[in-house]
Ligand binder design. Structure first.
Ligand code: SME
Length: 152
């Protein structure tokens, strides 16, 4: 994947005036899913602070049972409380992991900060082990900095 060109394309998508916020997030998920052969599920979760749960937002890939995830549970729930990028090279080695499909072998979750508050995250699953490296992590951090502008 060409990370610089992909970020530029995402920036254009986010600036388009004829789409709702959810439509933009859906387009972003679909665009990066199509651009990166190793990205087999791409979606956003958002924090419901009252119930201390994450709620599934726009996504592309197989439908998932994990539409609400308690803070602290699974990779996503841990990121809701740690506020840090969580890259899992091999999900089989994780105890606190919620499986969506046995095909998933690695995962990366990157928090979405708006004015310093962790309001959600982008979650990406891959059918390959070790699918994500530091370039993916940097790309997704920068992508979420652009996405954050939708919530300011
Ligand atoms: N594997 C995640 C659950 C969400 S699905 O990957 C879509 C987790 O452990 O939090």
């Amino acid at each position: 994947m060409d990370y610089v060109a992909s970020l530029e394309k995402c920036e254009l998508l986010l600036e388009s005036t004829d789409l709702t916020r959810d439509e933009k997030l859906q387009e972003i998920c679909e665009f990066i899913y199509d651009s990166a052969p190793n990205y087999d599920w791409v979606g956003y979760y958002f924090a419901d602070y009252e119930n201390r749960e994450l709620v599934l937002g726009p996504y592309i890939g197989e439908s998932t049972d994990h539409t609400r995830i308690p803070f602290g549970k699974g990779i996503c729930g841990q990121v809701a409380v740690s506020n840090e990028v969580f890259k899992v090279d091999d999900v089989a080695k994780e105890d606190n992991y919620l499986s969506c499909s046995i095909a998933v072998k690695s995962e990366i979750v990157v928090p979405l900060f708006v004015k310093g508050i962790n309001i959600g995250q982008i979650d990406i699953d891959s059918h390959a082990v070790n699918a994500f490296d530091d370039r993916d992590s940097r790309f997704l951090v920068e992508l979420n900095e652009l996405v954050a502008k939708l919530f300011e």
